[in-house]
Design a protein around this ligand. Sequence first.
Ligand code: SAM
Length: 252
Amino acid sequence: MRIDVVTLFPGLVRECVSVGVVGRAQKRGLLQIYTWNPRDYTHDPHRTVDATSYGGGPGMVMMIEPLRAALTAVREAAPEPAHVVYLSPQGVRLTQDKVVALTALPRITLLCGRYEGVDERLLARAVDEEVSIGDYVLSGGELAAAVVIDAVGRLQEGALNDARSAREDSFSDGLLDCPHYAKPVHDAWGSVPDVLLSGDHAAIARWRRQQALGRTWLRRPDLLARQDLDAESQALLAVFRDAHAQAGKGEN
Ligand code: SAM
């Protein structure tokens, strides 16, 4: 997959995506990331990319021309059509489903805003969709772009050493992930649940499913409400809820 990032701070994006799974995906040739600086598409000595906002008020606005030229260069750099995403607090919320949808595309272009944002006319004509990473305002789109690249990059086939990791992660099947434990078995802060040491794979799978259901019930009832649980899952959840109530933790 190819990802082009239009940004005033290419180093920031590159640094964020150079390590771990996503760094490895690039080294394995699974993901190509290119950065494009709109300043390289200016024609004045100050390499100006922003101007004051018509109507007045604080803050600068990213001008059309340098971004249009940068996006044209991006489009012409490869034959595949690029789906252009503007990172914006006003966009659709990034979810795992959205990440999966972006991962299915051969190529995406991420446009990072700064200042008050981007001239609306550029957004109307050159952007396919706006994506937000949450209901808060960042000072620029670079960290949001890095979030998208990380989430999309780890889903590239061959990026994770074991593809099961992604399948079992939170949200992949609509539930939160189960708890995980590592060495030692016994610690001053508690012991590993016996079932995980039993070697009984069916029992372990049942326990994990039950924990995932229970956690989702406790922490994200909104996700659970969207699930059409089969009889076995309902029974597992009922046992979890009973145990939770008996432990004196009360109803969710
Ligand atoms: N004036 C804009 C508004 O209120 O909608 C916010 C501009 S913000 C200071 C500068 C840039 O940061 C935006 O153009 C956008 O690219 C990025 N940004 C800020 N918050 C974001 C978020 N929650 N998700 C994605 N990008 C964000």
